[in-house]
Design a binder for this molecule. Structure first.
Ligand SMILES: Cc1cc2nc3c(=O)[nH]c(=O)nc-3n(C[C@H](O)[C@H](O)[C@H](O)COP(=O)(O)O)c2cc1C
Length: 186
């Protein structure tokens, strides 16, 4: 029933919502501050579970996988997430230590994506992360397996959708130890 499915999908609204003001001429010089500002706006707007992200990794053959995860921290060291080293993502990160991470915050019509190499946090941080989980969540994993990683960003893109489809993207790219930001309308 391809036709019916296509019709069903076509009938579902997409890119609904109302964008907050986005002054592309007044961007901060680095992306972490802007991400945290957007997160605060998402929280104030009642976006549900704004710390949920899609994390994409690739296997040894270059084939990607993506899954939802909880964002654990964001600072100048990167975007932190945690899982088991023995998981599919853990195995993929051991052969290809790089990832992309994406959020979609509705009804703000905002998406952010972050990409770069992935580094494992010092062991103590993984232990602390595990200890902060519920007893049931702690009991479900082997403590030695639980791992905190960070995506160390070399490209961060802030996408602001618009009802008139004049979407705006602010793209931060590393240039040595500094960030270069450019704004595109598409
Ligand atoms: C909203 C949401 C949040 C999740 N958060 C985590 C998480 O923080 N860590 C984790 O290991 N799995 C989390 N999961 C489960 C993952 O999506 C995934 O199923 C699991 O980690 C196995 O992925 P893998 O086989 O690609 O390694 C979450 C799932 C959902 C839907």
């Amino acid at each position: 029933m391809t036709h019916a499915t296509r019709a069903l999908l076509g009938s579902i609204p997409a890119l609904t919502g109302s964008p907050p003001a986005f002054r592309a001429g007044e961007l901060p010089t680095e992306p972490v501050g802007l991400f945290l500002t957007w997160l605060e706006v998402a929280l104030a707007a009642g976006v549900e579970e704004p710390r949920t992200v899609a994390l994409s990794t690739v296997d040894a053959g270059g084939v990607p996988d993506s899954r939802m995860l909880i964002l654990k921290d964001v600072d100048s060291r990167g975007w932190a997430f945690a899982s088991t080293a023995s998981s599919r993502k853990g195995q993929q990160l051991s052969v290809c230590p790089a990832a992309a991470l994406t959020v979609w915050w509705q009804p703000l019509m905002r998406s952010v994506r972050v990409r770069g190499p992935v580094v494992e946090a010092p062991r103590g941080e993984s232990v602390a992360d595990l200890q902060a989980r519920s007893p049931a969540a702690q009991a479900s994993v082997d403590a030695d397996d639980w791992t905190l990683w960070r995506v160390v960003p070399n490209r961060v893109e802030f996408w602001q959708g618009s009802p008139d489809r004049a979407h705006t993207r602010a793209v931060y790219v590393t240039e040595g130890s500094a960030w270069r930001v450019s704004v595109a309308q598409d």
